[in-house]
Design a binder for this molecule. Structure first.
Ligand SMILES: O=C(O)CCC(=O)C(=O)O
Ligand SMILES: [Fe+2]
Length: 284
């Protein structure tokens, strides 16, 4: 399977094995029409709602890459529908388990994820997003620490700020050069598609000159021992926590948060049986 599949060819979804092979080789994989039009239209409506209702409370202290971009952060603590669109997708789980599960995390069943959600946000493009890596350091090798899943909720084109990336750059072992931007591949995905990438890949987004929005949800997942972008476990509303399965709780990070001190616990890798009843008790 090539990483970018022609959109007008009717085809069934690629298998997890095909996605894994593409990601290993090219650093990314593109899955047409993973999500239904109903899921996409509900998600877009909710993202717009959350954008309108949270923009004014966002901190002024923005990282460089997010400045003056339209963003909604922490979707996992806002909307169970959006969270389950991602966590409930079998293909996403299979692919992430292959790359990010730790086989020595034996306190959780081996057929369940032990990776965690690093961040879950929605983003519409404005100005060009420079090429960057989200693995923080470049390194070559077979082990992946961080991966991203993007779900465009509107068709993304070269005019409205589509994602761009440099195939194969995940194995370059180098930080990005902006000189590579002109040779980056445009991911002209449609609403409801799914794009995976190894966070070491050099990627960014084009400038949006269309006058419209280009909303996409971006979920970043990492190995259980990597710091999350926010204190995700500590800030989930209790009524949302009550509805989650053990599997979902562990993906949000509850099985790998540090204990307050040695009196409460010592193992960094916890079993489901140690999950707290109350969010306020999550570190204990
Ligand atoms: O908006 C995109 O397509 C890319 C976003 C991105 O690279 C990021 O949020 O780290
Ligand atoms: Fe990124």
């Amino acid at each position: 399977m090539s990483s970018q599949v022609s959109l007008d060819v009717a085809r069934s979804l690629p298998t997890a094995e095909e996605c894994i092979a593409s990601i290993e080789r090219d650093g990314y994989c593109y899955v047409p029409q993973m999500f239904s039009p109903e899921q996409v239209s509900t998600a877009l409506e909710r993202i717009k709602y959350w954008f309108d209702n949270t923009l004014s409370s966002q901190s002024e202290r923005m990282p460089y890459l997010n400045k003056d971009q339209s963003m909604v952060y922490n979707l996992q603590s806002k909307d169970l529908f959006l969270l389950r669109m991602v966590l409930g997708c079998e293909l996403i789980e299979k692919v992430l388990m292959q790359f990010l599960n730790d086989r020595w995390f034996t306190s959780i069943p081996s057929d369940a994820p032990n990776y965690i959600l690093r961040s879950f946000l929605a983003r519409s493009s404005n100005h060009q997003m420079p090429l960057h890596i989200d693995s923080f350091i470049p390194y070559a090798g077979p082990h992946v620490f961080i991966m991203q899943c993007s779900i465009p909720l509107e068709d993304q084109t070269e005019d409205n700020g589509c994602t761009v990336l440099i195939p194969g750059s995940h194995l370059s072992g180098k930080y990005c050069s902006q000189d590579a931007f002109p040779s980056a591949v445009s991911i002209k995905a449609r609403a409801g598609d799914l794009v995976f990438w190894d966070s070491r890949i050099w990627h960014g987004a084009r400038q949006n000159t269309s006058g419209g929005t280009r909303w996409a949800m971006i979920a970043t997942f990492c190995r259980w021992w990597i710091k999350q972008a926010f204190d995700i476990p500590g800030n989930l509303p209790q009524e949302l926590y009550d509805q989650l399965t053990e599997r979902e709780k562990s993906v949000l990070g509850y099985c790998s948060v540090p204990y307050d001190n040695e009196k409460h616990g010592i193992d960094m890798k916890r079993s489901y049986s140690l999950l707290p009843q109350q969010v306020v008790d999550y570190r204990r």
